[in-house]
Ligand binder design. Structure first.
Ligand code: AMP
Length: 145
């Protein structure tokens, strides 16, 4: 199973935020969209960063309530790890484990944003994959009887 098949299931919609938006605005967006991270982009296509719940917790721990007035640009991660639609679920599991990230934006060959895969999507895809494998093996065993 690969990223393309995950996006076919969940769609390519991505929750985004602007670099000059405040941490308070990003927090509201995380709540309203029910997601754990936002891709930072000026135009919905160019990826300039990613901001997750963890970045906001860090900012509040460092700056207290004034963190809410800071810009997204000051708390985001700007070296974004992305994947392509042909990447496999196994590759994403390794990437997320090694880099300790739970969100990977999908970029095309020009680096344009085309979706996002979360650790929840990866777990769902893996469970579906195991279910199908299990079904195929069970059928195979019954055919042999
Ligand atoms: P997360 O596990 O996704 O909540 O994010 C944990 C930390 O990794 C935060 O500092 C995020 O900004 C950062 N992060 C999350 N996803 C990515 C990514 N795809 N590329 C780079 N950093 C990321």
């Amino acid at each position: 199973m690969n990223v393309r098949s995950i996006l076919e299931q969940k769609g390519s919609d991505v929750a985004t935020v602007g670099v000059d938006d405040t941490v308070a605005q990003a927090s509201a967006q995380l709540r309203d969209r029910g997601v754990g991270a936002l891709v930072v982009t000026p135009d919905g296509a160019r990826i300039v960063g990613i901001v997750s719940e963890r970045d906001i917790v860090r900012a509040v721990a460092s700056h207290g309530a004034s963190a809410l007035g800071r810009s997204v640009g000051s708390v985001m991660t700007s070296e974004v790890v992305t994947c392509g639609t042909a990447d496999t679920v196994e590759h994403l599991m390794t990437l997320m484990t090694e880099r300790r990230i739970r969100h990977v934006p999908v970029a095309d060959a020009d680096g344009r944003l085309g979706g996002i895969v979360s650790i929840g999507d990866v777990v769902n895809a893996r469970v579906r994959e195991l279910h199908l494998e299990n079904q195929a093996l069970t059928e195979y065993i019954h055919q042999g009887r």
